[in-house]
Design a protein around this ligand. Sequence first.
Ligand SMILES: Cc1cc2nc3c(=O)[nH]c(=O)nc-3n(C[C@H](O)[C@H](O)[C@H](O)COP(=O)(O)O)c2cc1C
Length: 401
Amino acid sequence: MKRRPYPGTDYRRALNIADLERIAQRRLPNFVFEYLQGGADDERTLHRNRTVFRDYLFHPRTLTRVDARHLSTTILGQRHAMPLVIGPTGYNGMLTRDGDLKLAAAASRQDIPFVLSNVATTSLEEIATVEGLRAWMQIYFYRDRDYVRKLVERCHAAGYETIVITTDSAIYGNREWDLRNFRRPMQPDWRNLLHLCSRPRWIADVLIPDGPPTFKNLDDLLPPGQQSVQGASAIIGQQLDPTLNWDDIAWLRDIWQGKLIIKGLLSPEEAAQAAASGIDGIVLSNHGGRQLDHALSPLDILADTRKRVGQRCQLFVDSGFRRGTDIVKALALGADAVWLGRATLYGLAAGGQPGVEHALDILRREIDRTLGLLGETRLADLDASHLVKCHAPNGETGESD
Ligand SMILES: Cc1cc2nc3c(=O)[nH]c(=O)nc-3n(C[C@H](O)[C@H](O)[C@H](O)COP(=O)(O)O)c2cc1C
């Protein structure tokens, strides 16, 4: 039976992440929603990120007493309420004012870590003041290594414990929605400006009184006079460093004594190399389908990667997670936790901080229910024996989700 979508805009009535996605679409201007939603090239990877979960079916047990279930888990040495991390996403201030702070506050309330993007619209120092938050900082490698060094020093001074280095973006992905929607970087074309008139609430929230949000952690990178979003967007593209290689990771390992995570690997061999070089965590990711189109899904290589990495470092995964069943499948295949991208951004756009908390509540309930229905009470007891791999017949994977 086809699901009836929720027709309203009240995030509290959203039953699942797909409902929050629709509410986000109704509340955001088209060009902002498409920035959030879009993928690279023909969006094959974006699409497969959702359909890949159909390749794995559950193999449940019954009669096992599942009344006392626990979702708490250890992430980089600390206990957290559930196996989720809010991953880094740039320009969150375009979804709602102070988007990063709202995500961070929701993460703190739900007792999970939050990763601030390098291209955030809130300074890393401000995020560090959010009470009870375990904040991590994501960085891109720019040609200007002095900037990277200064950013690492800022993280140290602000008390950050973990840096996440994203390695899948040495070259910027081809996102055609963004190219079509803007005349110049961050200058929407007339069709989008017209559509903006139907979003007065968003204008009042995001644009008034200070105009579009700006990048708050790039001051040391941008030349004087190029601090505007338009100027910054062009420079970020030019600054991404295609020479990025293992020597840079070794350099970072040298200047950063805290925990280090590599995000964006899709090769079990590279993951094994990372584990051998003293990395604390790896995120298998295709960047939510926004970088290399036709890239495989992290789920395709998760079990093999776990085998090669062993317990030398933690293994995380992201890209396409929208349901508790998706998350439990990844845990059964060997992930320690799942990082969220769009799932919590939909909550943010739909309802601000309470919207993010609602998204996390939905996922927590879904993970808990799935665990119980599988016949288990602890996440640590999940393994590949709970799954059967099956390939969907031709045609089914082409179905939209
Ligand atoms: C709007 C948006 C902005 C993103 N910005 C960043 C970023 O600044 N740094 C980064 O490492 N990844 C970024 N990502 C990728 C996410 O961290 C994550 O890998 C991806 O969203 C996971 O896929 P999902 O959205 O399907 O969950 C971004 C993703 C989205 C959707």
